[in-house]
Design a protein. Structure first.
Length: 416
């Protein structure tokens, strides 16, 4: 009997040693190459900075397993359900092209970790190994808040708000597949078609193409300089420094550049968002002011439009639309497309998110501000203030789409 127990004990020791040896071999053959590679992992599809799969790997199989186990990233009883595997297998749900691009590297990483984790979980010695000290855990250096901020889905939200909501200024020439765009592509190349079918595709194109973005000096990005006409631009001048279009594009470019340079080290570095900010939606609704005052010539003029609330018998507090542009001095007029505004989770926002971009017919109020001092030209973050207010007027509108059907108000009827 004693001989049997000795043999069984020897078999158990041999089996544990064999399992440990197998895990180490799998680690050396499948995991260490990922750790040592100069190439980024598939994490970069969703994370532009702050995290890489190699951040979770230590030089040895045992230490790496303990580290993942202690962080709750390994399911000892159901290894295939381990959180680290789910993280590796995450994809960009808004961008099938990016998923395809990273599919091969993700498959290599996933199959390697599945085999290695399953082998480790069969090893009683590894399962029961002592916990590592917090300082010994392998994980990204950036805090979770910064890692989430550097995700592409968060950056896409900023892109949708700041650039996609202002795309009407550029869409005539730069929308992929339009008649005007096809003509310009023949003359200037594919880079003209940066405005894709969706915001996600457009952002991905701009980030990968890089020609239009200057990460080191966002202010010098062609995405800004061309519409400012500071470099040659066939579409003419589309921005003034400090107008809504410039503000939106510059805000996103500054944000993206800091993420790409990995400059957000701690939570306090992150920009503060305004929860009261309204969501912006592009439209093809044109608005015109005629008989503008001579003193407004060539100045930045902004209109905010409020809708009459028939139930409350008052004007809605928040504007339903906004727009700004330089006043044309000689013809004494101002005209531009409207950017629609709505609270993020409101019924209006959900309707416009589906692409309707319409305003109901009815009674409206336009408030007009003019930057007499050119403050916005020297400080792009500056906003128009009460002292820039020049008047308001009520009007009835049927809101038809298109340049030839714009709604017009005589500026001489504005009242302070």
């Amino acid at each position: 009997m004693q001989t049997r127990w000795i043999c069984l004990g020897a078999w158990l020791v041999t089996s544990v040693a064999a399992a440990d040896d197998t895990a180490s071999k799998v680690f050396e053959q499948r995991i260490l190459p990922i750790f040592k590679s100069d190439q980024p992992s598939s994490c970069v599809q969703c994370h532009l900075a702050g995290v890489d799969l190699k951040n979770y790997i230590k030089p040895s199989s045992e230490a790496t397993f303990q580290s993942l186990r202690d962080q709750g990233l390994v399911n000892l009883d159901q290894p295939e359900q381990s959180k680290i595997l789910k993280l590796i297998n995450m994809k960009d749900t808004d961008n099938a092209g990016a998923n395809l691009l990273h599919a091969k590297s993700r498959e290599v990483e996933l199959t390697a970790f599945v085999e290695w984790i399953k082998t480790c979980c069969r090893d009683p010695k590894l399962r029961s190994a002592p916990k590592l000290a917090a300082s010994e855990l392998a994980k990204p250096a950036r805090p979770d808040e910064v890692i989430r901020f550097a995700r592409t889905d968060r950056l896409l939200e900023s892109f949708e708000q700041n650039i996609w909501g202002q795309r009407h200024r550029c869409m005539g020439c730069h929308t992929e597949g339009s008649d005007q765009n096809r003509k310009l592509v023949k003359e200037n190349g594919e880079q003209v078609s940066w405005m894709k079918k969706s915001a996600a595709e457009a952002m991905t194109y701009l980030i990968r193409k890089k020609d239009l973005i200057d990460i080191e000096d966002p202010e010098k990005s062609l995405l800004l300089l061309k519409p400012l006409k500071e470099v040659d631009h066939g579409g003419g001048k589309k921005f003034l420094k400090g107008d809504l279009g410039y503000k939106g594009f510059r805000t996103w470019l500054e944000d993206y550049a800091k993420v790409a340079r990995d400059e957000y080290a701690k939570s306090s570095d992150l920009p503060k968002s305004d929860p009261r900010r309204l969501k912006e939606f592009t439209s093809e609704l044109w608005f015109k002011l005629t008989n503008t005052a001579p003193a407004w010539g060539d100045k930045l003029l902004q209109v905010t439009i409020h809708r009459w609330d028939d139930r409350a018998k008052k004007w809605e507090d928040a504007p339903i639309a906004i727009s700004d542009r330089q006043v044309a001095a000689k013809p004494r007029l101002w005209q531009h497309t409207l950017t629609l505004l709505a609270a993020a989770d409101s019924a209006r926002a959900k309707e416009w998110q589906r692409g309707s971009g319409q305003l109901p017919a009815g009674r409206y109020l336009v408030k007009v501000h003019v930057d007499h001092s050119d403050r916005t030209l020297t400080d792009w973050r500056a906003t128009l203030r009460n002292e820039d207010f020049v008047g308001q007027a009520e009007f009835q509108a049927n809101w038809r789409v298109g340049y030839g059907a714009m709604t017009s108000v005589d500026a001489e009827k504005l009242k302070e």
